[in-house]
Write a new protein. Structure first.
Length: 367
C-alpha cells in the first residue's frame, strides 16, 4: 500500500515539475507575459498602475523578491507559476482517486495554456481549488480565509464566497433542466449586451478589447458550446447517482455551474475567465462522470472529451497568433542558485500554509 501511495505521489509531483519547467522558463509566451515582465521589473516601484490597480498579494510577492535581490520580472513570473501549479497538483493529489486522468485533462482541456495568460487570475483560481475541501467539510471560516488569500492575487476570487450556500444543495433534475433552457438562448444575446455593460466599468472594459479576445474567435466559441451542452445532457442522465455522496455533490454543483456559465457566455472574455473558478472542477467531475456511466459509455465519453478539446485547443494555438503560445520559447537566464532558493522557500511556505489550516486526509476528500 505504501508503495502505491509513493508511486502516486511521485507521478503527481513529477507532473508538477515538468509543467513548472515550461511555465517558469518561458519567454514572451502568453498575452500577459511582457506586460508583467515590465510591470514587475527593476523599476516596479515607480509604476503607479502597479500600486493603484494590482492586488496586494502580487505586490507583496514582488516586494519580498525585490528586497531579496531578485529584481528581474521573470522571478515574479516563476514564483506565480510555482504557486499556481503547486495548488493545482496538490488538489489533484487530494481530490482524485486516480491522478493520471485529471493530469491529462489539465493539458487537454487547455487549462495549463490558460495559466500562461491570465497569470494573476489563474493563481487565484488554483488557490480556490484548495478551498474546496472546506466546502466538503462545512468549514466556512477556513473556506473564507483561503478565498480571501486568493483574492489578494485577483479580487474576482470573491465570486466563490456565495457558492458556499449551495455547495451540497441537491436541486431537482427538472430545476437544472429549466435553468439550462433559460441559459441556452442567452448565449446569443450575452456577447452583445455584456460589452456595453463593461464599458461602464473602465478598469474591466479592457478585457473586451485585449488580444486574447481575438484568440477566442466568435464562431469557434459558439462551436465550443457543443462541449458544455453534451456534458450537461450526460450529467442529467446519471444525476441521481452523481449526487449520492456528499463530497461528490460539491464537485457536481461546481461543474453544473460551470456548464451553465459556459453556455451563457461562450465568447465574452471577462465572463469566460470568471467561469474557470468553476471549470477547474472538470478535472475531477469528468472522471467521476465516466465512472458513473456504464463502463463502455464512460470510456467513450473520456475519449470524446479528450479529442474534442484537443482539437479546439490546437485550433486556437496554431491558427490564432493572438494567443501567443506558439511558437513556445524558453529562456534559462534566471536559472541558478537564487532560483533554487526561491523555489525552496515557496515550497516551505506553501506547506506551512496547508499545515496551519489543518487539512484533512486525502482519502476523505477523494471524489
Amino acid at each position: 500500500m505504501s508503495l502505491k501511495i509513493s508511486i502516486r505521489g511521485i507521478g503527481v509531483w513529477l507532473g508538477f515539475a515538468v509543467l513548472l519547467f515550461f511555465s517558469g522558463f518561458r519567454w514572451d509566451v502568453g498575452v500577459d507575459f511582457m506586460a508583467y515582465y515590465n510591470l514587475y521589473g527593476e523599476n516596479w516601484l515607480a509604476n503607479a498602475f502597479l500600486l493603484d490597480r494590482i492586488e496586494w498579494g502580487n505586490i507583496g510577492l514582488k516586494y519580498i523578491l525585490f528586497i531579496s535581490g531578485f529584481d528581474d520580472g521573470r522571478y515574479w513570473i516563476w514564483a506565480m507559476a510555482f504557486i499556481t501549479l503547486f495548488f493545482v497538483f496538490y488538489s489533484i493529489s487530494h481530490y482524485a482517486k486516480h491522478v493520471l486522468f485529471p493530469m491529462v485533462l489539465f493539458i487537454c482541456l487547455g487549462y495549463f495554456f490558460y495559466t500562461l495568460n491570465g497569470i494573476r487570475q489563474y493563481c487565484a483560481v488554483s488557490i480556490t481549488m484548495f478551498a474546496w475541501q472546506f466546502l466538503m467539510k462545512d468549514k466556512f471560516l477556513k473556506y473564507f480565509i483561503v478565498i480571501f488569500c486568493a483574492s489578494l492575487f485577483h479580487k474576482s476570487a470573491l465570486i466563490m464566497l456565495p457558492f458556499y450556500l449551495i455547495r451540497k444543495r441537491v436541486l431537482q433534475k427538472n430545476t437544472w433542466i429549466v435553468l439550462f433552457c433559460i441559459c441556452l438562448p442567452m448565449a446569443f444575446v450575452a456577447s452583445y449586451v455584456v460589452p456595453h455593460i463593461m464599458s461602464l466599468f473602465p478598469s474591466y472594459s479592457v478585457y473586451e478589447d485585449m488580444s486574447f479576445s481575438e484568440a477566442s474567435g466568435n464562431m469557434l466559441s459558439y462551436a465550443r458550446l457543443i462541449f458544455p451542452i453534451t456534458l450537461f445532457v450526460l450529467t442529467m442522465m446519471v444525476y441521481d447517482k452523481l449526487m449520492e455522496k456528499e463530497n461528490d455533490r460539491v464537485i457536481v454543483n461546481l461543474a453544473l455551474c460551470a456548464m451553465l456559465w459556459m453556455i451563457v457566455f461562450p465568447n465574452t472574455p471577462l465572463m469566460v475567465r470568471i467561469s474557470y473558478y468553476f471549470q477547474f472542477s472538470f478535472l475531477f467531475f469528468i472522471p467521476l462522470l465516466c465512472r458513473t456511466l456504464a463502463w463502455k459509455n464512460g470510456r467513450l465519453v473520456a475519449l470524446y472529451v479528450i479529442l474534442f478539446n484537443l482539437l479546439f485547443i490546437s485550433i486556437i494555438l496554431f491558427s490564432r497568433p493572438a494567443a501567443k503560445i506558439v511558437p513556445f520559447q524558453l529562456d534559462f537566464s534566471i536559472f541558478g542558485l537564487g532560483l533554487c532558493k526561491i523555489s525552496l522557500v515557496l515550497w516551505i511556505v506553501l506547506l506551512l500554509f496547508i499545515r496551519v489550516l489543518g487539512v484533512s486526509g486525502s482519502k476523505q476528500l477523494q471524489v
